[in-house]
Design a protein around this ligand. Structure first.
Ligand SMILES: [Zn+2]
Length: 495
């Protein structure tokens, strides 16, 4: 939906149902992985030398953060694994039909998937709150003394005090009561409603002239104003000392290249005129392909255990005459260098600013691509190309999603399979190095009709296009052919 997880805007698409592309396909939560829980592996993790653990708690309740942290704190202090009771407690705090340790144990499969069921919610509702949580929360609230004066003809005046801090506010002038005047009791009751504030009422003093009235809303506003004013004094944050405006360095990249990547050799047109470099994924490269291929794409994820295999593949490609390597991870720069290849920076480096550009050139990149999330003016400022055609990869998945929707027989057989979302948009899925999956956007970037002076050049991602279609698209971008943009919509680089 255009919301970028890179910018904290994740709309949690992984929690939604998807279907395979077939008649009568069932909804499958193929991307919804259960939360990881390694509480049963603490001694192992400690023996590996881990210095700290990360507990994920974004968008979770304070009870959750408290409960989960308390358990892991205990496990670390006592250097032991969780007991069955502690695991049940964790599950009651929050789970999606239990937890997974699949990536840690290497048992990667369908049982890692889970959604938040009504049973899970009931489990959480019934779960005993951590015993000391209530007391802890009360202890964290501060005592507040309130003093209110309501006098005829004068604005209502409220002073609140907590420790050595106090705040005074004034409000509306009370009216003369026609029927039922305010009572000290009623006003006190209203004043001490501090439910959702960091305070509890320790004392309240109300000085009230006879025969006055004031709407409840005005009293509430008075209390809120006073509490806000006091909170500001109490919880004043230290202002971060940032220097004024920092100008990013003016980078001077060379002339942007026009480059293309293809999913397979068979999908590369015979004529690739106009492209400075034509890339193929490294694992698909064979010695006889140099007639159309001039660069290889390193797998975006390379585990340590896979490094030597990747290095060997790079050597094969270099021996065959390949000079260019597209690198999407800083850690892979060395692999490319050791193979004697020219390293080019992929859009996966997520470049957004001039400092990054400077630092990456310093490290030895020959050229770079900016993040495809940037706008045209931002790209112009950076002077970098980005993806100007094609489906941008949305996810790289360690677990085969094709298996959960179709089967691994299918994922071996087909270049591309697709999954549909609730709006029937089709997202192509491809099996890649080491049986990982790449999930591509349902719509390609398309700028062939906007190749004016604003776009110098850029990168083409060809995925499920035939060689003929790729050839037509290339011609369209060179202004030699008018083609109909793909059905189902396109994505533009924002102005
Ligand atoms: Zn598979």
């Amino acid at each position: 939906g255009g919301r970028s997880g890179n910018r904290g805007e994740c709309a949690q698409p992984c929690r939604l149902p998807y279907k395979k592309c077939a008649e009568k396909a069932k909804d499958t939560y193929a991307l919804s992985i259960k939360d990881m829980c390694l509480a049963s592996h603490i001694t192992k993790i400690l023996s590996l030398g881990a210095a700290s653990l990360k507990i994920e708690g974004r968008m979770k309740s304070p009870e959750y953060v408290y409960g989960v942290t308390a358990i892991y704190r205990r496990l670390l202090d006592e250097r032991r694994n969780a007991s069955p009771e502690e695991l049940a407690e964790l599950r009651a705090l929050f789970s999606r039909s239990g937890f997974t340790d699949g990536y840690f144990t290497g048992k990667i499969g369908r049982e890692m998937l889970g959604i938040r069921t009504d049973a899970d919610k009931a489990d959480t509702a019934a779960g005993t709150k951590p015993a000391d949580y209530g007391a802890l929360m009360k202890n964290r609230r501060r005592p507040l003394s309130l003093s209110l004066t309501l006098a005829a003809g004068k604005p209502a005046a409220l002073t609140v005090r907590s420790g050595e801090f106090s705040a005074s506010v004034t409000g509306a002038i009370p009216d003369e009561a026609k029927t039922c005047p305010l009572t000290v009791e009623a006003v006190t009751k209203n004043l001490t409603k501090l439910g959702n504030t960091p305070f509890f009422a320790e004392s309240a003093e109300v000085t009230l002239d006879d025969g006055l009235m004031m709407p409840v809303s005005a009293l509430n506003a008075l209390r809120r104003d006073a509490v806000d004013a006091l909170s500001k004094k109490l919880f004043a944050r230290r202002e971060a000392k940032l220097p004024g405006k920092i100008e990013p360095p003016q980078t001077k990249p060379g002339k942007p290249l026009r480059t293309a990547r293809f999913h397979s050799y068979e999908r590369i047109p015979a004529d690739t005129a106009g492209f400075d470099i034509v890339y193929l994924p490294l694992e698909k490269f064979r010695a006889g392909m140099c007639d159309r291929v001039s660069g290889v794409i390193l797998p975006p994820v390379i585990f340590d255990s896979e490094r030597s295999e990747v290095a060997a593949m790079l050597k094969t490609a270099a021996d065959a005459g390949i000079r260019h390597a597209l690198v999407s991870n800083l850690g892979h720069l060395r692999l490319a260098a050791e193979a004697g290849m020219i390293p080019h920076g992929d859009f996966r480096l997520n470049i957004y600013n001039g400092w990054t550009v400077d630092a990456l050139f310093e490290l030895g990149f020959a050229d770079l691509m900016a993040s495809p999330e940037l706008t045209l003016p931002q790209l112009r400022d950076l002077g970098l190309p980005t993806v100007i055609y094609g489906r941008i990869p949305l996810m790289l998945l360690e677990k085969c999603v094709i298996r959960d929707l179709y089967s691994c027989e299918e994922c071996k057989k087909h270049d591309f399979l697709a999954m549909r979302d609730r709006k029937n948009a089709k997202f192509p899925l491809a099996r890649t190095y080491e049986h990982r999956n790449i999930l591509y956007n349902s719509v390609p970037v398309y700028m062939a009709d906007r190749m004016d002076s604003r776009i110098a050049d850029g990168h083409f991602i060809f995925t499920d296009e035939s060689a003929k279609r790729a050839s037509d698209i290339n011609a369209a971008y060179m202004g030699k052919l008018t083609i109909t943009p793909p059905d189902g919509g396109i994505r533009r680089i924002a102005k």
